[in-house]
Design a protein. Structure first.
Length: 320
């Protein structure tokens, strides 16, 4: 096989979803990686390192702990088939909702502790604490559990503390950026590119800069087996309409976190759905969405958070 490496640490982080901090820790603690050094002393990862990390990612997604995976050794990990990262079929493990653990469960206690570390990292504006807690969450648990039982509840609590004046705007932004970076990496890894798959656009309302919800939906729907284009934060509806005309998606998922923005752009959304509803399924969700019979009348459905949205979205798309 033709060698494609060596890879810089930033490239490996992007390709695998593991942060540079976690890569360095695993190299030291588990001897899983054997990067070479550039003339300037920077780590350069080989194709073997990348194959090992992809296998590690696949096993972590199946629910194995990093300790169990590391115990297999490099040779055993390399002997397994290289996982295909751009999945053509849904990953059942990834789409499982986080398990409901009893109050005396050590696993539940650890999840709660990780959430608390993220919250305190935001309140204290401690970037290192945020990144370390995220690394531990993704190393210890499957992607679904890390996202649903750690990142999402931490996001809600940080938002509540911001409203109460306990967490500053800067702290909330620091945490939000850390979370969205992880989700961007996960979405990039899981992205489907098969032109025969259903095509979905995700985006945020105009003037809505919190894209975590839209990114989460994009990741889940991608894992369910659709192609997803995530347009990001604050997408004007005029630009969205141009994208609909050019890309012809089967569905659009929009996120809005502030009810004021929902009220401000509600009429424009209904007008857009009126023009495109016969070709595109419109969905809207987020904390800013208010109960509104007008949305249902216009054919705009409200989505709720959680991994189940992926299966619901795909089933609705395939009906069209």
């Amino acid at each position: 096989m033709r060698e494609l490496g060596p890879y810089k640490m930033s490239s490996v982080a992007r390709l695998t979803g593991f942060s540079p901090m976690l890569l360095r820790a695993w190299e030291k603690r588990y001897d899983l990686l054997r990067p070479i050094r550039s003339p300037k002393g920077h780590r350069l990862y080989t194709d073997q390192d990348l194959q090992v990390l992809r296998r590690v990612r696949a096993l972590l997604d199946e629910g194995r702990s990093i300790g169990e995976v590391a115990g297999l050794g490099i040779e055993a990990l390399l002997a397994e088939p290289l996982p295909v990262l751009a999945r053509q079929q849904p990953s059942a493990r990834l789409l499982e909702p986080a398990e409901d653990h009893g109050p005396n469960s050590g696993r539940s206690a650890m999840l709660d502790a990780l959430v608390e570390r993220l919250v305190q990292g935001a309140v204290q504006m401690d970037e290192m604490a945020l990144e370390t807690a995220l690394d531990q969450a993704f190393a210890r648990y499957s992607v679904a559990v890390a996202v649903e039982s750690v990142i999402r509840p931490a996001t809600i609590r940080i938002g509540d503390l911001w409203h109460e004046g306990v967490c500053t705007v800067s702290g909330e932004h620091l945490a939000s950026q850390a979370f969205t970076r992880r989700l961007h990496r996960l979405l990039d890894i899981s992205r489907n590119r098969d032109a025969s798959l259903p095509y979905v656009i995700t985006a945020c309302f105009p003037d809505e800069w919190h894209e975590f919800g839209a990114l989460l939906v994009a990741f889940y729907i991608s894992q369910a087996g659709a192609r997803v284009l995530h347009l990001g934060a604050s997408v004007p509806f005029d630009d969205l309409e141009r994208a609909l005309a050019k890309l012809d998606p089967q569905a659009v998922y929009l996120s809005v976190m502030r009810d004021g923005l929902f009220r401000q752009h509600r009429a424009s959304l209904i007008e857009l759905a009126g023009r495109w509803g016969d070709r595109v399924a419109f969905h809207v969700g987020g904390q800013g969405v208010l109960a509104d019979d007008g949305l249902d009348a216009a054919g705009v459905r409200v989505w709720a958070p959680g991994a189940s949205i992926a299966q619901l979205a795909l089933s609705e798309i395939l009906k069209r």
